[in-house]
Write a protein that binds this ligand. Structure first.
Ligand SMILES: [Zn+2]
Length: 220
C-alpha cells in the first residue's frame, strides 16, 4: 500500500434502528430504486435523527449513499462455514452503518450547498467523491474479513472447531495480536478482536492447530 489514506470518520452512536433497517434493505433489495422504496416503506418517521426520506435533499442523499454501497457489493464467497457466516453478518452491519452515515453527510453537503447558493449537483458530486473514497477503505476491510473468515473455516476442516491463534512476533506485531498469540478460539464464535488476519490492515495472524491448555479468547 502507498501512503496511508485518511480513515473514514467514526460512526456516530445512536443510529441502531436506522442501521438495522438499512441492513435488512441491503440484504434484499437488488436496485437502488427498490432499496429507496423499501426504506420509504419501512416508514420510520426519522431514519436517522432528522434525516427522513421526505424531502428532496434527503432522497438525494439516501440515493447517493445507497448507490455507492450497492454498486460495490462485497462479493460472494464460494464456501461459507461458521466463520464465513459470522463475518458476513459483521460486513452487512458495517455496510449499513456506512450507508446511514454517508446519507447524513451527503444531506449536510447538499443543505450547505443550497444555503451558499451553490448548485445542488456541485455540492452533491463533491460529497459523492468523498464517500466513494471512504467506502473504498471499508471495502478493503470487508475483503480482509472475508479472507480471514474463509481461512478460519479451512483451518477448522483440518484441525476441528477449536483453533489456535498464531502470529509472527517481531517489532511490528500489534499489542492485540501479540496478546492473542498462543490462545484458542472456536471457529463458530468470533473472538472480540475478530478472526486471525482481520485485526487490522496487514495483520499477519493465522488460524491453526489449537494450543494445548491455551486460554480461550473472549468471544462475542
Ligand atoms: Zn494480527
Amino acid at each position: 500500500m502507498s501512503s496511508s489514506p485518511q480513515p473514514p470518520p467514526p460512526q456516530p452512536a445512536g443510529d441502531g434502528g436506522a442501521v438495522a433497517t438499512v441492513a435488512g434493505v441491503l440484504l434484499t433489495a437488488t436496485t437502488v430504486d427498490a432499496a429507496l422504496a423499501a426504506l420509504a416503506g419501512a416508514g420510520a418517521g426519522a431514519l436517522y435523527g432528522g434525516l427522513t426520506l421526505k424531502s428532496k435533499v434527503e432522497r438525494l442523499a439516501w440515493r447517493g449513499a445507497l448507490g455507492i454501497v450497492m454498486s460495490h457489493p462485497p462479493g460472494q464467497e464460494g464456501f461459507h462455514g461458521a466463520a464465513g457466516r459470522n463475518v458476513a453478518r459483521v460486513n452487512l452491519m458495517r455496510r449499513a452503518q456506512f450507508t446511514v452515515s454517508a446519507a447524513k453527510r451527503l444531506s449536510q453537503d447538499i443543505s450547505r450547498g443550497i444555503s451558499t447558493l451553490q448548485p445542488v449537483a456541485t455540492a452533491l458530486n463533491a460529497g459523492l467523491q468523498r464517500e466513494r473514497r471512504f467506502y473504498g477503505q471499508h471495502l478493503l476491510a470487508i475483503w480482509n474479513r472475508q479472507k480471514a473468515g474463509s481461512q478460519a473455516d479451512s483451518a477448522a476442516m483440518t484441525h476441528g472447531d477449536l483453533l489456535g491463534w498464531h502470529t509472527v512476533i517481531d517489532g511490528r506485531t500489534s499489542a492485540e495480536c501479540r496478546q492473542a498469540d498462543g490462545r484458542n478460539f472456536y471457529v463458530g464464535e468470533m473472538p472480540k478482536i475478530g478472526y486471525p488476519g482481520m485485526v487490522h490492515p496487514h495483520c499477519r495472524c493465522w488460524p491453526g492447530k489449537p494450543f494445548r491448555d491455551g486460554d480461550l479468547l473472549d468471544a462475542y
